[in-house]
Design a protein around this ligand. Structure first.
Ligand code: GLP
Length: 237
């Protein structure tokens, strides 16, 4: 695992994504929502608008996770969020962006795994990290070999995500999420974390034991994982 402590994580992450897309115009990108990747997404869109970025016409995208129970098109659904925060801005057609289907949660996991395999697998997976060490919506205790499935959110994650809704009560209780096993099959993992609130989770993921109690510690198993953190998020290392 490569850990880079830098104030320029967004620039470095954008460089990595652009380099991949230049080398492989049909690259498959794995996309995370949340505030951690936002500066990277904004940097990519800025470069694209300036004409400096590559063409994203051939790119396919798979999102990490999705809430169950929100009305179709709800602005806080992760599908809408990724359109708004990244893919629309890069000119990626919406039909090239896949996400787990919350309208059929029982079958969504298997279908999603099949779709990722059919696309040739994810070349680069962008990741954030929850304050409890969760990856996507794989809460502590998730199987390290898990695949896309339904999960129940912890009270802490619902509180953390309440800022996007009116109150913790409005945050859905159930989600679909790629599993840790799914994430590990991506060819390059790029984890972004900033701020002191992530320091404990980053330390546990990078230096703690490999353990389901810190799902992000699975990065230790991956042959090509990059962790980009600012000073505050690195303060527990
Ligand atoms: C959510 C998402 C994760 C994300 C995490 C951290 O729970 N499902 O994919 O990494 O929040 O979010 P943030 O980057 O906003 O701190």
């Amino acid at each position: 695992m490569e850990v880079v402590i830098t104030p320029d994580a967004a620039v470095l992450a954008a460089d990595a994504i652009e380099a991949l897309v230049r080398a492989q115009p049909a690259a498959v990108l794995g996309l995370a929502t949340g505030s951690s990747p936002l500066p990277t997404y904004q940097e990519l869109i800025r470069r694209h608008r300036n004409g400096a970025g590559p063409s994203y016409d051939g790119v396919r995208c798979f999102t990490l996770d999705e809430y169950i129970g929100l009305p179709t098109g709800h602005p806080e659904s992760y599908r809408e969020t990724i359109f708004r925060e990244l893919t629309d801005g890069l000119g990626i057609a919406r039909e090239r962006v896949s996400s787990p289907d919350p309208s059929d949660p029982q079958r969504a996991g298997e279908r999603y795994e099949e779709a990722i395999v059919a696309a040739g697998g994810v070349d680069l997976q962008v990741l954030g990290i929850g304050s409890d060490g969760h990856l996507a919506f794989n809460e502590p205790g998730s199987s390290l070999a898990s695949t896309t499935r339904i999960k129940t959110l912890t009270a802490r994650t619902r509180e953390d995500n309440a800022r996007f809704f009116g109150s913790p009560d409005e945050v859905p209780r159930h989600v679909l999420t790629q599993g840790l096993g799914t994430i590990l099959r991506a060819r390059h993992l790029l984890l972004l974390a900033s701020g002191a609130g992530k320091a404990d989770a980053v330390a546990a993921a990078v230096e703690g034991p490999l353990s389901a109690s810190c799902p992000a510690s699975v990065l230790q198993l991956h042959p090509h994982a990059t962790v980009l953190v600012d000073d505050a998020a690195a303060s527990g290392l």
